[in-house]
Every structure is written in C-alpha cells, then in structure tokens.
Design a binder for this molecule. Structure first.
Ligand code: ATP
Ligand code: MG
Length: 596
C-alpha cells in the first residue's frame, strides 16, 4: 500500500522547532560547535556527563526547576529539583570515595525506576567510575553474567531485589566488593556481612558537596549491554564525550525546549533509558517523568494527561499495544499538551504512524540508532515531512550510507565518491562514518568483534536498509533476519507491516523457514486483536490479503496464530526465538527474553 507523506504545517505551532530547516542545519552543523553548547568542567578540567546534566543547572537559574518527577507504582509523586539532584548525586559520589572505589571501576545499578536510581547513576558518573545499569526484571543468571563480564566492583540494589536475585549468586562474584542496599534497611540475613551495606545510612553521613575530578572526554563512562535480540548481549563501551551527542540529538531529534515535560518510557537498563531517560533531558534542563510502573494502556494515557507530557519518546511495541487498546481509550483523555512523539527500538509500521496522526492528532517520529551508536543517528524531525514507514534522514553531523559489498567484503556500491548515488533505491548494509561523540569505543573484551564492524571508512550497523532519492532511509531488516527465498531477498519488516494493515492483526513476527525448493519460505506468526478468533477462514483471508499486496514471491507461505510472541524485555520481537521454536532448536541466549 502506498502511504501518503504527512506534511508539517508551514506555520508551526508554539514553540518553533529547534531545527527550522534540515538542509540548512546539515550544511552548517559541526560537532565542535555542538561541543561549545556545553560548559565543560570548571577550570578546564575536562568534560563530565553529570556536570552537564546536573551541576551546571544547579549552579544557575534552573536550580529550583524540577529535574525528575517520579511516579511510584501507585501513582504517588515525588519531585526532585536540579539542586536536590546535585546534592543526592554528590552524596553518592562521596560514598564511593569513602569505600575506596577508584575512577574507572565498574558500578552496577540494579534498581526499579525510583529517584535513588538516578542519584546513584549520576553520582557514579561524577565519581568517574563506570556506570552499568541493569534491568530490574533480569533473573539471577543474566545479572551474574553481566557482573562477571564487566568486572563489577560495586552493585547498588534494593533489599528485595537483593534477596530474590543477588543473594544466591554473590559467592560466584569474587570481584564484587560492595553491595549497597538502597531504600530500606539491610536485609536481615546480610546484617552481619561487611560487603553488604545500608546505602541510606552511608548517604546520610556523606557530604552533600563534591568536586568532580579531572575527566578526560575519552574516559570510559558507561558500559551498556545490547538487547540480545540476535544473540548473546555485547558490552558496549561509551565515554564522557558522548554527552555532546546526547545534547545535540535532544535539541535536533527530540526538539526539547526548556519548559518541556519529557517522558522517555525506556528503562535505564537499556541504552535508550540512559541516553534519553537520564542524560539528554537533564542536559537540556527539562522536567523528566520517571514512571516506576509497567506498561498499561490506561495508566500510560493517565500519565500523559495528568503530568502534562509535552514530548514523549517510546517504542513501537508500546504503540502497537495502545492501538490494540482501541481509539476510545485515547479519546477519553485530554492529550492537548502533547506536541511531539518519537519512537525507537524496532521498525515502526506505517500503520502506527498514521494511527498516531488520527488518534493522538500527532504523527509519530520514528528514529533509528543502536547501543553501539550511543545516540540517535537517523530520524524524522519536527520540521520535516514524514514518509510513514521511513526512519527519516541522518542527523546533521552524521554521514550514513547504504553499502553493497562483494564476496571479498569490498564496498562496490554506495561507498565514497560517485558510488554513493548508485545505491539509491537498492537494499544494502546501513553504514555510518565513524567520528561522532557517542560512538562506542569498543566491545568489552572483544576487540575482534569490534574490528569486524568496520569496512574501509565505514562502521557497519548490521542492519539492512534502502535510501530513496530524497535521502530518506527505509529499514529492511536486521542482517540476520533477512529472508532469502527463491532468489529474492525479503525484509521481514515489509511483510510484517503489510499484515498489520489487516484489521484483525495486532502484531506480527516474520521468519524465513528453511525449504528444500526455495531455500527459505516466509512464515508469519500473527497476534490477533481483541474480538478476532483464530480459525482457518481468517488464516486463508490473511494469506490472500498479503499475497494480493506483496505478490506471491514475497507474501508469507505459512501463517500461524500466536498470542504470545517472544519479546526482549525492552519490547523487541525476538525473531530468532520464533525460528528456533519452529525448527525445534535451542533458542540460545535468552537472558533478555521477557516473561509472557
Ligand atoms: P543485539 O545486538 O544484542 O542483538 P539489539 O541490536 O536489539 O540486540 P539494541 O542496540 O538495543 O540491541 O538495538 C538496536 C537495533 O534495534 C538496531 O540495530 C535495529 O536493528 C533495531 N532498531 C532500532 N531502532 C529502529 C528503527 N527505528 N527501525 C528499525 N529498527 C530499529
Ligand atoms: Mg545489535
């Protein structure tokens, strides 16, 4: 189906987008200039993420502005101003000093989304230890694996999480020297244990003043594990310099303005929840909503309405679930404060973009990036028309290309010079020219894998895409997920999006199923919307529906109904798990598989 472009009115509402014209910004943007928008540590002592995010606001006119508005599971609100956040993070940095933790050592944080988590995260950055946030829903084994891989020295958690997830594995982690329990007294069975400490007591004794030490922009700041969608999660290394990207992308891609109320729904255990749930909004001095609760359509609409969210950054799976909840759920809420909605993490079906326009009165701005890129790379912008189904255009300051390589790995189309244009309309590897500030500096303990991500002057993302004649990028699929059927290369996204257009379909995961004749055939696993029954008639209808739109070569040959598609904890469909189940094989690393 052809989707009409969504045009932005030439008279923009209030406020005007930060970037008024894409081409003009692209022509003048430099990372040096972007760096100058930040303070740097006083006395020329370098660049530190937490200084830019907190201290510079706490020392200026925004000190009384609300930095975090935290909602607990019952909807109870706690507000933390920039001045207060500066103090609590200072205390945490002092606690690390008192414990003898050194710069560069790894501090893991395993907590629910409460104000304590944010103070610990920012305090670790101030202290110049390396922050590694973990998702609180992880089980003991994924926690152990990551602590071991990352040589965790400190773990910050809560008594309950400690009891359920850490107590049983701590003896297997000899490098883990301190476990700090926040938000309650020390768990009874550990009271005698010198390695397990009551964080609240330590914070109460610590000074609220802290001077951040000299921080080289290239000092390691964050260790982020990837989502594990395609295999064992990798540890991506990021440095303090990344804050330049977090600031620039917050301005350009999320269009943050000083009075915004911003809600990033991702957990800090994923890169989105750190780059855009902690750093970017704070660097911009806005108010961030932190919701401890899990997804629930009514609750989320309540948060948007009651908190007066103006800019919302979320994920396709959540949007698809809101669609599934029906338009009435949205219509009963006053969402008039909302002015900009963005999405990341998975391909955003055009159906969902248009649903946003119809139901929220706002089109959804898809953007693309990865744990490795540290920040948004390709995006739809406030000032730019949206082509539903496209990830948008590269951020000013980012050079992106679609490469086609030969059997020797040499770039034959889409590389440098004249060949760039040759790739228009063709499917190839989505690649980026290295050199932006939040680019990962390596995979932890895996130099070989890191090196294999480069071809000539390009970083290879591992995703496949197409670029149209106007420079919009279109996601085709992950390298591993692309289906080769009877000589055709089929991107699962195209098939999934087509099936999404059928009124019965809420979500789809598509895989290539080995076939002796065609190599692979397309198989779709379909989740139905409420009110539809899985039966043979509907299956045949869906097969016919997709064949009519996609043609026999691309349409699914098989369709199965599945109301519980496997997702990562961060909400991505795990196609490799679907495939393993289909073939009766082991699903491999499932540490990030969400319980369904
Ligand atoms: P792993 O690397 O461990 O398999 P992962 O790639 O899912 O996991 P992340 O770094 O969290 O881990 O996700 C980045 C990937 O998510 C991208 O490479 C891409 O495949 C997908 N992605 C992100 N945003 C988009 C988008 N807007 N459209 C399509 N795909 C997207
Ligand atoms: Mg990846």
């Amino acid at each position: 189906m052809h989707w009409e472009a969504i045009h932005k009115p030439s008279e923009h509402g209030d406020p005007m987008p930060n970037m008024g014209d894409y081409a003009a910004e692209r022509a003048t943007f430099t990372w040096e200039e972007a760096r100058r928008a930040l303070d740097g540590l006083p006395g020329g002592r370098g660049l530190n993420i937490a200084h830019e995010a907190v201290d510079r606001h706490a020392a200026g006119p925004r000190r009384g502005h609300v930095a975090l508005r935290c909602l607990d599971r019952h909807g109870e609100r706690t507000e933390v101003t920039y001045a207060e956040l500066a103090e609590t993070s200072n205390r945490f940095a002092n606690v690390l000093d008192t414990l003898g933790v050194e710069a560069g050592e790894r501090v893991f944080v395993l907590m629910q989304r409460t104000a304590d988590l944010y103070a610990a995260a920012l305090g670790s950055l101030k202290h110049r230890s390396v922050l590694c946030p973990l998702f609180a829903a992880f089980g003991p084994e994924p926690i152990r694996q990551r602590l071991e891989l990352g040589s965790g020295r400190v773990l910050v958690t809560t008594p309950t999480l400690y009891r359920h997830k850490v107590a049983a594995i701590r003896d297997q982690l000899p490098l883990l020297r301190h476990i700090l329990l926040a938000g309650g007294s020390t768990a009874p069975e550990t009271a005698e244990d010198v390695r397990t400490l009551d964080l609240d007591a330590l914070l109460a004794r610590a000074s609220s003043q802290y001077e951040i030490g000299r921080t080289d922009p290239e000092d390691m700041a964050l260790l982020h594990f990837t989502s594990g969608t395609t295999g064992t999660p990798k540890g991506a290394i990021h440095v303090h310099e990344a804050v330049v990207s977090h600031h620039a992308t917050g301005r350009i891609a999320l269009d943050l303005h000083p009075d915004d109320v911003f809600w990033c729904t991702a957990d800090p255990g994923w890169v989105t929840g750190t780059s855009y749930g902690i750093v970017s909004p704070l660097v911009h001095g806005v108010t961030s909503i932190i919701d401890e609760g899990d997804f629930d359509a009514d609750r989320w609409y309540d948060v948007l309405e009651n908190e007066g969210v103006t800019v919302w950054y979320t994920a396709p799976t959540a949007l698809r679930m809101l669609m599934q909840a029906g338009a009435d759920a949205a219509k009963t809420h006053d969402l008039s404060r909302l002015r900009f909605v963005a999405s990341v993490g998975e391909p955003l079906n055009p159906e969902v973009v248009v649903w946003g326009q119809e139901t929220l009165g706002l089109a959804i701005h898809d953007n693309w990036w990865q744990t490795e890129t540290g920040g948004i790379m390709v995006a739809n912008y406030a000032c730019m028309d949206i082509r539903p189904g496209s990830m948008g255009r590269p951020l000013p300051g980012i050079e992106a290309a679609v490469l086609i390589r030969d059997d020797h790995g040499d770039v034959v189309v889409g590389g440098d010079g004249a060949a760039v244009e040759a790739a228009v309309g063709q499917q190839g590897e989505l690649a980026l020219r290295p050199g932006w500030p939040s680019m990962f500096r390596g995979y932890l303990d895996d130099t070989e894998r890191y090196q294999s991500c480069f071809a000539g002057n390009w970083y290879l993302s591992g995703d496949l895409a197409r670029r149209d004649e106007d420079g919009y990028f279109w996601f085709v699929g992950r390298g591993n997920d692309v289906i080769k059927s009877a000589g055709h290369l089929i991107g699962p996204f195209e098939v999934e999006s087509t099936l999404m257009e059928h009124p019965a379909v809420a979500e789809v995961g598509v895989i290539g199923k080995p076939d002796p004749l065609c190599g692979e055939v397309v198989k779709a696993f379909v989740t139905l919307r409420a009110g539809y029954e899985a039966n043979e008639d509907l299956r045949l209808d869906l097969l016919g529906f997709s064949r009519k739109r996609l043609g026999a070569a691309v349409a699914p040959r098989e369709i199965a109904f599945d109301q519980h598609l496997p997702h990562t904890e961060s909400g991505k469909i795990m196609r490799r798990v679907l495939k393993a189940r289909e073939l009766g094989l082991s699903a491999g690393d499932t540490s990030t598989l969400a319980a369904s």
